[in-house]
Design a protein around this ligand. Structure first.
Ligand SMILES: [Mn+2]
Length: 348
């Protein structure tokens, strides 16, 4: 069966064929679906048109946790307008979002440049939200699938009959696994998604192997977990943990990647602070970028604490179940005392 977006497929193919340079971008702060759909499309277009220049870009650097992806280093991290000036594309394909503001922090400059240079724009998205303005793009594809990676399968493999290789299958599978949270969330048409997932498995994209790569823990993760478990406090009302200043200084002196270190902390707070009978709590650690500054995160299970309100006490923010904040303190011990005092005054 042809995907519902099939009517506009000839337009998409025409635009691709006319372009010498195609720029593929996905939304800011890219997740697995954004990155994997970009890399899958990069491979699809490179295979189909070896003479064209295909560029993958994003305004934000993808998480270092995605470094296991074969083409991770092919992603150009730069402003959308700089990417346009550097590569002069005739076509920009925007993935996993339908608003200009999803792809760039400076919408006006990028839009002006697109109009001035008469660049064609296409969107391939799967989101079903109401604020979509598809007429702002020349071509709009959206079959409301579970992931943009699934949309690509529908458009290029089912719709156009292009060849699926094992690397493309792996990217598409990772995107689907991520957006459905390994089929925990009900999005799109489950039966259709399951059939596609099966086809991708037959091409070698085994779910168990790919999940293993996504969940892999580094030595740094283990070291940070060890430190935070050692410091974990389970009080009568909440759980909390911290990274000691000594441990933080040692990591910094060893030139540890700060982003990866923060990701390890985040994984700890996501996975462990909401455990046990308390079901909520916080972590705190020294900020490496500014002296005397500490970063904290609150997490809660549903119906226990309101993390955003707690973070607001420190001029931080987030949402009900997860929020972050900064505070100034002379040491991590002082930071913990300040947090405990301030949230104690706040009736949960
Ligand atoms: Mn997505």
């Amino acid at each position: 069966m042809l995907p519902t977006g099939y009517k506009i497929l000839p337009d998409l193919v025409n635009s691709i064929e006319k372009a010498e340079v195609v720029l593929i971008v996905s939304h800011k702060r890219p997740d697995y679906d954004a990155v994997c759909s970009s890399l899958a499309l990069y491979r699809l277009l490179t295979n189909a048109y070896p003479d064209k220049k295909i560029v993958v870009g994003n305004e934000d650097s993808p998480s270092p946790r995605m470094k296991h992806l074969e083409d991770y280093n092919k992603i150009h991290v730069d402003d959308l307008s700089s990417l346009i000036r550097t590569y002069s594309p005739q076509l920009i394909i925007c993935l996993d979002g339908s608003l200009h503001s999803r792809f760039t922090w400076d919408e006006k400059t990028a839009r002006d440049l697109i109009i001035e240079e008469k660049i064609s724009t296409a969107v391939i998205d799967h989101h079903t939200s109401d604020d979509i303005t598809p007429d702002a793009f020349d071509i709009y594809v959206n079959n409301k699938a579970a992931a943009t990676s699934e949309e690509l399968y529908k458009v290029f493999i089912q719709g156009l009959g292009w060849k699926l290789d094992s690397q493309i299958a792996e990217y598409l599978q990772l995107g689907i696994l991520s957006d459905t949270n390994r089929f925990l969330y009900k999005i799109g048409n489950f039966i259709e998604t399951a059939k596609i997932v099966n086809e991708l498995m037959l091409k070698g994209a085994e779910i168990q192997r790919l999940s293993g790569k996504v969940d892999e823990l580094s030595d740094l993760d283990l070291q940070v977990f060890q430190e935070m478990f050692k410091n974990l406090q389970i009080t009568d009302s909440l759980n909390y943990s911290f990274v000691s200043d000594k441990f933080s200084n040692e990591l910094q002196a060893a030139n540890t990647d700060y982003t990866e270190y923060k990701l390890a902390r985040r994984r700890f707070v996501d996975d462990f602070v909401t455990g046990g009978k308390n079901g909520w709590g916080f972590i705190v650690a020294r900020d490496w970028k500014s002296d005397g500054l500490y970063n904290g995160s609150f997490r809660s299970n549903e119906g226990i604490a309101e993390c955003d309100k707690l973070a607001n006490l420190f001029d931080g923010g987030g949402h009900k179940l997860a929020a972050g904040f900064d505070l100034e303190a002379g040491s991590v011990d002082e930071a913990i005392q300040l947090i405990l005092q301030r949230i104690d005054k706040y009736t949960l």
